[in-house]
Design a protein around this ligand. Sequence first.
Ligand SMILES: O=C(O)CCC(=O)C(=O)O
Length: 356
Amino acid sequence: MPVATGLNEGVRDSRVGSSEGLHKLKAARWGSTGKRRMLLGRAAALGWLLFCWSQASPVNRTLAAANGWFQGVSIPRVTVEDLSLPGNEDLLRGARPFVLTNGMRGFEALSDLDEDWMDRMFGTSTADLFENSIGSPEEKQFLVPLSKAIESLRKAHAGDKAEYTMLRMNYEQTAVVRQLLSPSFPELFDSSWWMRRCLPSADSRNNAFLIAAWSMLVLGNDRAGMFLHYDSLNTGTWQMQISGVKTWIVCDPSGREWFYEPGDVFAFDPDLGEFPRFDTALRLFCAEVEVRPGETLFYPSNWWHATFNEGWPTIGLVGRTITRWNFQPAYAALKQKCQNPGEDISKKWKGESCWG
Ligand SMILES: O=C(O)CCC(=O)C(=O)O
C-alpha cells in the first residue's frame, strides 16, 4: 500500500518491536556475564524509552496498550502527492481521516504566525474566550476583542491555568492567513468552487464564514482542549497545526452508541467505572494522533473528536470543507440553519461589558 505509515500503526509497530525485544532478552538470560551486563544495559535503555513513550501523550499509553485501545481505526500520515496514488481514493474523497504532512509551502510562516501576529492583524475582531478551557458543552464563552482574549491567555499561561480562545474569521481575514501560510492543500480542502457560485458577493461570503464558523484560528495553552463532540453542518473539517502540539482522539461515528453524550467522557483519561461502554469506543472506533507544526489533520463529516494541547502558544488554523461527496447533507444542514437561525448569543453574553 502506498500510504505512508500512520502514527497509530507506528505505535503498534513499536509495541510489537518492544515485546519482541523483551522476549529476546528473556531467551538470552542464561548467557555469559558480559553478555548479561550488555543485555541489562539494553533493558534499562529500553525501559527508559518505554517510560518516555508512555509520558509522551496525555493518554496513558501503557493503559491504552493493555486495553487494546486505538486498534480499530488508523490515521495514515500522507503527503499531498500520496493522495493521488492508486489505493488512496478513500482519502482523496475525504471518506477517512488522515494527517497531511506537507500541506504548507512556507514553513518559515510557522514562526511568524504567533499570538503577537494574531493580535496585530485581528486584535479588534471579536473572539470567543473560554476561561476554563472547553471541557464540556456547558462551558460558556465570553465574546471579547481578540487582544483581550490573548491578554487573558497570557495571564492564564503564567498562572498555569488552561484557557482557550477561538477567532471566527471572515473570508477576507482567512485570505490574509492563507497568504502568510501559502498552503499547498489538495482540492478536498478547497470550498471556493461552490462559494464563487453560491455566494458571489464579498459580503455574503464574509457573513457565511462568520455564521458557520467556516474558518477559525484557535489559540490555547498547555492542557487546554475540547471535549469529545462532532461538528455541526455535516461538513468535513481540517485543522493545520501552526505551533504547539495537539493530540486528537478521532472516532468513527458508526460507534455512536459507545460514545455517550458529547462532553460526558474525558476521552484522554476515561472513567470506565462510570462509562464502561467507552472502552469499546476506544478499542474499535477511535484513533489517537499527535499533530505537529506544519501538519494538517482532516476528518470527515460527523466524525467525533476531542483535543488536548501541549505548549504555549498552541495555535491551529481550522477550515470546513464541502465536497462533491458530502454536499447534499451539508446543503440540507445549511438550509436548516438559515431557516432557524437561533438566538444571537452576542446579546446574551456580552463579554465587552466585563472586558471593555
Ligand atoms: O482545536 C481544538 O482544540 C478543537 C477544535 C474543534 O474541535 C472544532 O473545531 O470542532
